[in-house]
Design a protein around this ligand. Structure first.
Ligand code: PGA
Length: 246
């Protein structure tokens, strides 16, 4: 795991965007999986700015969604799909054919998992997967005690995830399940980027990097992969024994 500590959220976001831009410039037909949640939002702003300034071109890229709340569709503000469209896809001139996203309203979630897996496999593999880290170490909706050998799957949400969920929605939603790419997709990705910021993530960042590799902390499962880049700010890194500060 390559860990780079930046002074603050702004710098962390800039460095993350630069990494993705460089990657796409070297492989213009990349398959990208970019997480929803709050952590990547500023990174998205930098990607949009770079696209507008023609420093990057996403026209040959494909995009696959990381996860979705079961029962919520794109029309719900705060759903993963709505977040990605509003904060990125609608602003970088890409077409619907380039995007495959979990439909949280799918009648048959098993079929929906197969549809998304198929999209990934027919494009080879994910080139870059950008992941925030949940307060419980989840990656996407790979919750504590996840089976590490799964591709897309439906999960019962962990109590911590249910608690945290209210921050995304204007109205009260009662979410019980998630639909998510699996750890197997993450492990098979060419490049994994983890991002975390703020003091509230310091403990889970420490467990991710320096704790035991365990399914109880899903983010720890990627700690010894060679192709993992972890961009964090100083607050999130504050409990780490050693890290590469920039
Ligand atoms: P956040 O969510 O980026 O909103 O902190 C991360 C996550 O729960 O995966």
């Amino acid at each position: 795991m390559n860990i780079k500590v930046q002074t603050n959220y702004e710098e962390m976001s800039k460095v993350t965007a630069e990494f993705i831009i460089n990657y796409v410039n070297h492989k213009p037909d990349s398959l990208l999986c970019l997480a929803g949640g709050h952590t990547p939002l500023r990174t998205f702003d930098y990607l949009i700015e770079a696209a507008i300034n023609r420093q990057v071109d996403f026209s040959e890229c494909k995009f696959v969604g990381l996860d979705e709340w079961v029962g919520l569709g794109k029309s719900v503000k705060g759903s993963c799909q709505e977040t990605l469209y509003t904060s990125l896809f609608d602003r970088i001139s890409i077409s619907e054919e380039q995007i495959c996203f979990f439909n949280g309203l799918a009648e048959d979630t098993a079929v929906e998992c197969k549809r998304v897996d198929h999209f990934i496999f027919e494009n080879g593999k994910i080139d870059v997967i950008l992941l925030g880290i949940g307060m419980n170490g989840h990656l996407g909706f790979n919750e504590p005690n996840v089976s590490p050998d799964l591709y897309s799957h439906v999960v019962g949400l962990d109590p911590v995830t249910k608690d945290v969920s209210s921050k995304y929605f204007e109205e009260e939603v009662n979410v019980k399940q998630g639909i998510s790419l699996g750890i197997q997709h993450i492990v098979e990705s060419d490049t994994v980027i983890l991002i975390a910021n703020g003091a509230k993530k310091a403990d889970i960042v420490k467990q991710t990097v320096e704790g035991e590799k365990t399914v109880e902390v899903p983010s720890s499962l990627v700690q010894d992969l060679p192709n993992v880049h972890f961009f964090i700010d100083e607050e999130a890194a504050s409990l780490l024994e050693k890290s590469d500060k920039e």
